[in-house]
Design a protein around this ligand. Structure first.
Ligand SMILES: [Zn+2]
Length: 244
């Protein structure tokens, strides 16, 4: 684990006979991470992997945009917005595990004149006033007490960071089916697989390296946890690198 690397704990229930993860148990940190994968733009996903990594044809699509001369695009920002789409912390709520390479805090600029238009690009013209928008303002993440449909007794002052509530254990299958704390029990999953005894419990820490491996495996595999955490030679996945 690298210094400063965010980490989450994942408890794996493994069938040692077949070196296969049957299911896993995790709390908020890990569940927030796998849920946040759904919010990543495809351009960000491709950028996170080395050019050699195969994700269908999207790698070639990404590379072709990179190779196209700037003159082909309507603005200077158009090309960079495809190659490095903005992923805001306020979108993900937690930047856990994928590092900061693709994630940044947005800066917002307000029209100094009408105060009714806002942008993330400084100095562009307000569509109403035709004046440059330069007044820097901060984004405020809504608190639980202001969330739509919630009441103070429902949220109990609980943090709204991330996606799922704290303090519960969720069950995750090898193909990333997530069931709530009161959903299918781990024992029931074992029974569905015809396995009752001989399960091996393994606790792993999930950081940036493991998070990227999970993201990559989830794009092409239905045995994600086995691919990433079971080191049988036939299951060992190629290593991935974070591209710059
Ligand atoms: Zn204005």
């Amino acid at each position: 684990m690298e210094d400063g690397d965010s980490k989450a704990i994942l408890e794996l229930f493994i069938d040692p006979q077949n070196s296969k993860v049957i299911c896993a148990s995790a709390q908020k940190e890990f569940i927030d991470f796998i849920f946040s994968l759904l919010k990543l733009p495809l351009g960000t996903v491709i950028k996170l992997f080395s050019p050699q990594s195969k994700i269908g044809s999207l790698g070639k699509l990404y590379q072709s945009v990179k190779n196209l001369d700037q003159v082909n695009f309507v603005t200077n920002r158009a090309k960079s917005s495809l190659l490095s789409p903005n992923v805001f912390i306020s979108d993900l709520a937690t930047p856990l595990l994928l590092g900061t390479a693709a994630i940044k805090e947005p800066t917002y600029y307000l029209c100094n004149s009408c105060k009714s238009k806002i942008t993330t690009v400084r100095n562009i013209l307000c569509p109403i006033c035709k004046l440059e928008m330069t007044e820097k303002v901060d984004f405020v993440v809504p608190s639980a007490s202001h969330s739509s449909g919630s009441t103070s007794t429902e949220d109990g002052g609980e943090s709204t960071k991330g996606f799922v509530r704290e303090g519960y254990y969720f069950t995750i299958t090898d193909d990333l089916v997530v069931t709530p704390p009161c959903g299918m029990s781990i024992r029931k999953i074992f029974e569905n697989y015809g396995i009752v005894d001989g399960i091996e419990l393994k606790k792993v820490f999930v950081g940036i390296k493991e998070g990227l491996a999970i993201l990559e495996a989830s794009l092409e595999s239905s045995t994600v946890l086995t691919d990433v955490f079971c080191s049988a030679p036939t299951k060992k996945r190629k290593r991935i690198m974070i591209s710059q």
